[in-house]
Design a binder for this molecule. Structure first.
Ligand SMILES: [Zn+2]
Length: 169
């Protein structure tokens, strides 16, 4: 059966990719690994040890908002903390991720989809900034990605301000 609005798999959303599968430490290698120059750790110049599930930093891509994972092993937790710190500011400027899952029903059928999704997923459910229909989502590499800054509303002395992450009002 096709996923409907009541099926959580059918909702428009961004789902992270398979780069979570191979979790090897990306910390720079200081000494050559004894397995020789063709070993991936020497070719890539990385530590290459296995990383625990929670030992990653997320880099949000500037154009798409999609996540790139950087993994670190137990010995390189300090390195991980530095990378997380370095990514904090650029990540805050990244756009909301372009959805890559769901959104097919709104592409084919007219309906009050926001109402339908909120009925099933809760009133707090937020639709993607790019729209509910998969047809409306830019395809990275094929479409120019329109700037879709997240807007913030703030009331200041009775005036409603619309603030963008770039600081424009
Ligand atoms: Zn490591």
């Amino acid at each position: 059966m096709a996923p409907g609005p009541g099926d959580r798999r059918g909702r428009p959303r961004y789902a992270t990719g398979k780069d979570r599968a191979r979790r090897v430490c990306a910390a720079p290698r200081l000494r050559p690994h004894p397995d020789g120059p063709e070993d991936f750790r020497n070719r890539l110049g990385i530590c290459g040890s296995n990383a625990d599930w929670e030992h990653h930093a997320i880099e949000k891509q500037a154009g798409t908002g999609w996540y790139k994972y950087h993994w670190y092993c137990k010995r390189h937790v300090d390195h991980l903390e530095r990378v997380r710190e370095q990514l904090r500011e650029p990540n805050s400027r990244a756009p909301e991720p372009i959805p890559n899952k769901g959104g097919l029903l709104p592409a084919y059928f007219e309906s009050d989809w926001l109402h339908a999704y909120r009925h099933r997923l809760g009133e707090g459910w937020q639709p993607p900034a790019y729209g509910l229909s998969a047809d409306d989502w830019p395809v990275p590499g094929a479409d120019p990605v329109p700037p879709r800054a997240r807007l913030r509303l703030a009331a200041l002395d009775g005036t409603l301000l619309v603030e963008t992450p770039g600081g424009g009002r």
